[in-house]
Design a protein around this ligand. Structure first.
Ligand code: NI
Length: 227
């Protein structure tokens, strides 16, 4: 399931984040690539343990974890600190699948990457190319979102960033381990939660049938969740 989470950052937030990023020291993205992806990765990254990355990462996580749509879609157990990358002229990241297990560089904690996130920090008109292309069961999905919007997609997907031919594409990217390992089960919970929200608005959260469905939602989480 691919879901766009709109306006994680306001346009003002994006401006502030970009001011810090544009003044930061970037390094070769190959440093954090695995053996396969090193061959196809041509971009720049902020060192994950740098003060700028940590400060901006915390800010993004604060915004993200107060977003009801994100929480409903991801059901996060553990989230890795947001990282930052930049694709300038001719930079690209060819087709790859992200590593299944990653270590939090701040805590050394291991986690399984169930979901990948890209938060766009450049406006689409500020660069040509640089699309995030994700292969899923429904075919190739091409993603290029307004600054401040985020895409959430299964980390099991083959994906790539097409070459930037003009301007620069700046984004934040990171992963999470969900309480619900199965993408299919997470999808069911998301759909059920969206229906419960809609019913709460139309017939009320305390209508007996809304209450029963809310109970079913929690009992499914009880059955499927790993914390
Ligand atoms: Ni990737």
């Amino acid at each position: 399931m691919l879901i766009t989470i709109p306006s994680i950052l306001s346009k003002d937030d994006v401006k502030q984040v970009r001011a810090h990023l544009d003044a930061a020291d970037w390094e070769d993205g190959a440093k954090t690539a695995g053996a396969q992806s090193r061959e196809v990765k041509r971009n720049q990254q902020l060192p994950p343990t740098s003060d700028t990355a940590q400060t901006l990462g915390k800010f993004i996580l604060q915004k993200l974890t107060s977003d009801p749509l994100f929480l409903s879609a991801a059901l996060p157990a553990k989230i890795l600190p947001p990282m930052f990358n930049k694709y300038a002229q001719a930079e690209t990241f060819g087709a790859h699948i992200d590593n299944a297990i990653r270590v939090n560089p701040l805590t050394q904690e291991r986690l399984r990457t169930d979901l990948s996130m890209t938060l766009f920090l450049s406006e689409p008109e500020d660069y040509d190319g640089g699309e995030l292309v994700i292969e899923d069961h429904y075919g190739r999905q091409t993603v290029k979102l307004p600054a401040g919007d985020m895409i959430l997609y299964p980390a099991t997907s083959l994906h790539e960033v097409t070459p930037v031919t003009q301007g620069a594409r700046v984004s934040s990217f990171f992963w999470l381990q969900s309480m619900i390992r199965s993408d299919a089960n997470r999808r069911i919970l998301f759909d059920l939660d969206q229906s419960i929200q809609a019913l709460s608005d139309s017939i009320g959260a305390n209508d007996p049938e809304t209450v029963r469905l809310t109970g079913i939602y929690h009992n499914l989480i009880r059955t499927w969740a790993e914390t």
